[in-house]
Write a new protein. Structure first.
Lengths: 677, 53
């Protein structure tokens, strides 16, 4: 009776999934409700978790409830602590959910809502969740080792080196892209710039309050910080309407870039308790609350999507970024479908908190499904906008022209109606001077989110407050990624330089702190400056570069995972990680080829450099394009090296010429199971 | 009630209040400025603040 009840329940979920997917895929020329996307996503995730996740847990990985985890064996009350599965789930989700799943889907919406949605669902269930799940289990079975350590142990020194080089490269590009999104969102926006500037003294106040007045009371301090941030949003309106104050916060892109570079250096060099830690707490507090609020807003409002399922830009002529649907949609949406960066979290803090192996499916597979749902919500936020409005916000001046009249003419010529008057009214309703050419995804997401929120709470009268709340929310956690990432990059450089000269490796020696902070900030600052000066808006060249780097890191993680699975089972089950790995290699290598060699100057770095050189263009721009081509080439070369080394290993293992030796810790029976028995 | 307790526990872990409590228990110190300062130094050594994109 019980099993037949279950059968009918899952058959109903499958029916719902298929019918919602059919609705979003087959409707052409008609607008559909956002709830179809949410229903398709939730049902697909439920099926993926229940069936594919369970198959991997039982057959491929053989999760063993009797095996003691490192959290139990090495418990030290510090980093190794057996923790409740829901607590680890929340902790892991808070660490993996960043700005990526919000920005990528907004940019990919230029192809229509369908390609992004399908890639987010399929990519997450068969790629991203699998990567996070298997890397987490393999790290747990290796005493919580990091991805680079596992690569070195399982594939050899080449694997370790490639993993290290990939991590540092992705970090530099990621930080530059994050900074560029903030610059594009805050340029010429006194309200936004004031609010974000205020978060710095608020964080310092929180740091002092936590350290001096109420040590350890982080939740209480974060709640106070949140109230102060809300006051800063309200104060931003006053600042933008007071000419004497507004002039100090109406900043050009270059001025903002310099300010953010200085901020990144300060956050890396200052004591962690003063700026970085309180900002991290504040950002997490706002992030968790806003994501929950957005989910409720979408369900309550169930808005209609105005973006068509597919747009004409699948042919590669899109204004947001150039390039055809394949491969560019698949590198534009990384987080939300599959993100290599997650493998660093899955082999970082999380494996040291896992209490039982059987809880890994919930944490590894489940948390990634939630992140994927965030990406679906971002798709909804972008697609509730009228397409004309979406393209007016996201198209750079280099494509649609500097003036409003010129821009609406070009966009209307594409078949997406928009008028200068409607854009002016929208800008006024959100308290901005203009919304044209606000590339980077963040302003479009903020307008979409404000549209959803203001229709559920407060109406049009508070649209400006919601818009700036959404902008603050994005900028706050993008800057948190920026300062935490700069610090992590500093540690990595110190670690590497410490092998050359020991004092440079000392994390508390100030000359080393200052020089390595300057080095990492200079690296991402260079790419940021390049993006700010780019006539095509910067996102066109930097976001694909970031997508390629992130997906290549996922390829590194899946290479390590495939090697371990082959050592465990031979060829049986290797497809579980080999299939997403093959897809990622095809996508990233094709995208890299286009980005380097494509004859269209909007896509290929080298052809753009050639075009600029022939027109007697700026020498710096020509150099930057060639540099981007070299960076892409180096990333591909590194991963090719790892692939060759991995394939050599796999062939040796499968032919029996190589002995399958894993670096897995020996089995120790859990005491927790005994206690339970 | 149980759900609220679990939610509170999750938030305490995310915001490192639980880690601070464990630190005080392990070191045998009471909550205060000095213990919180050494807790922050300890967290920095562990390097737990990686945030994804």
């Amino acid at each position: 009776m019980r099993s037949s009840y279950r059968f009918f329940l899952w058959a109903f979920v499958a029916f719902l999934a298929v019918s919602s997917l059919a609705t979003i895929a087959l409707h052409r020329g008609e607008q559909i409700n956002a709830l179809w996307l949410v229903t398709a996503a939730v049902c697909t995730y439920a099926l993926g978790y229940r069936f594919y996740g369970k198959f991997i847990a039982t057959k491929v990985l053989g999760l063993d409830p009797q095996r003691a985890t490192p959290a139990e064996r090495l418990e030290n009350g510090r980093d190794f602590v057996p923790t409740n599965k829901w607590v680890v789930f929340g902790h892991h989700f808070a660490a993996i959910a960043g700005p990526g799943p919000l920005v990528g889907p907004v940019l990919a919406a230029q192809f229509g809502y369908l390609p992004g949605t399908l890639w987010i669902l399929v990519g997450a269930v068969f790629g991203g969740c699998v990567q996070d799940f298997v890397v987490l289990l393999f790290s747990v079975r290796r005493d919580g080792k990091s991805l680079t350590e596992m690569a070195k142990d399982e594939i050899g020194r080449v694997g370790g080196f490639v993993a290290y080089a990939s991590v540092i490269s992705i970090l530099v590009i990621l930080l530059a892209v994050c900074a560029l999104i903030v610059v594009n969102a805050l340029k010429q926006s006194p309200w936004g710039a004031f609010t974000i500037a205020m978060t710095i003294p608020i964080a310092v106040l929180m740091g002092v309050y936590l350290r001096r007045l109420r040590p350890g009371r982080v939740l209480e301090t974060s709640a106070i910080g949140f109230v102060l941030v809300l006051a800063a949003i309200w104060g931003g309106q006053w600042a933008s309407q007071t000419p004497t104050v507004a002039k100090y916060f109406t900043l050009s892109a270059s001025a903002l870039a310099i300010a953010i570079i200085a901020y990144g250096f300060a956050a890396s060099a200052l004591p962690v308790w003063l700026l970085l830690a309180p900002r991290d707490y504040l950002s997490t507090f706002v992030k968790l609350g806003t994501i929950g609020l957005l989910a409720v807003g979408i369900v309550v409002m169930h808005p209609t999507l105005h973006m068509p399922a597919l747009t004409r830009f699948i042919d590669g002529t899109g204004p947001v970024f150039a390039g055809k649907l394949f491969p560019f949609a698949f590198i534009t949406i990384a987080c939300g479908a599959i993100s290599g960066f997650h493998s660093l979290i899955s082999s970082g803090t999380t494996p040291k908190l896992i209490r039982r192996e059987t809880e890994i499916r919930l944490v590894g597979y489940g948390a990634m499904l939630c992140e994927s749902l965030v990406a679906i919500m971002a798709t909804v936020a972008a697609c509730v906008l009228e397409p004309g409005t979406y393209f007016a916000i996201n198209s750079p001046a280099g494509i649609v022209g500097q003036s409003a009249e010129k821009a609406v003419g070009v966009i209307s010529g594409w078949g997406f109606n928009v008028t200068a008057g409607s854009m002016q009214a929208l800008a006024q309703s959100v308290g901005e001077q203009t919304l044209f050419n606000r590339t980077g995804g963040a302003p479009a997401f903020a307008v979409g989110m404000a549209h959803i929120f203001s229709n559920s709470l407060g109406g049009q009268a508070v649209m400006a407050l919601w818009y700036h709340f959404a902008l603050m929310f994005e900028a706050l956690f993008i800057l948190t990624v920026l300062d935490a990432g700069t610090r992590v990059g500093r540690f990595m450089i110190q670690d590497a330089l410490g092998h050359i000269w020991k004092p440079l490796g000392r994390t508390s020696w100030y000359p080393s702190i200052l020089s390595t902070s300057a080095l990492i900030v200079a690296a991402w600052g260079y790419f940021l400056w390049q993006g700010v000066r780019d006539p095509l808006g910067g996102i066109n060249s930097l976001w694909p570069l970031f997508g390629i780097a992130n997906q290549l890191l996922a390829a590194v993680a899946l290479c390590v995972a495939t090697t371990i699975i082959i050592k465990m089972h031979h060829a049986k089950y290797a497809l579980v990680t080999l299939a997403p790995l093959t897809w990622l290699v095809v996508v990233t290598f094709t995208a890299s080829w286009h980005k380097i060699f494509d004859s269209d100057p909007r896509i290929g770095f080298l052809s753009q450099a050639r075009q600029l050189a022939e027109a007697g263009g700026n020498a710096r721009l020509i150099f930057n394009n060639r540099l981007d081509a070299v960076v892409t080439g180096v990333l591909i070369a590194l991963v090719s090296l790892l692939l060759v080394e991995s394939i050599r290993h796999w062939v040796g293992l499968l032919s029996g010429k190589r002995v399958a030796q894993t670096a897995e810790s020996p089995f120790v029976a859990t005491r927790l199971a005994e206690e339970r028995a | 009630m149980k759900l609220f307790r679990l939610l509170h526990e999750i938030l305490r872990e995310i915001f490192e209040e639980a880690a601070y409590h464990r630190f005080c228990t392990k070191e045998g110190v009471s909550s205060g400025r000095a213990s919180y300062a050494s807790f922050l130094r300890d967290r920095q050594r562990v390097g737990s603040n990686v945030r994804c994109c």
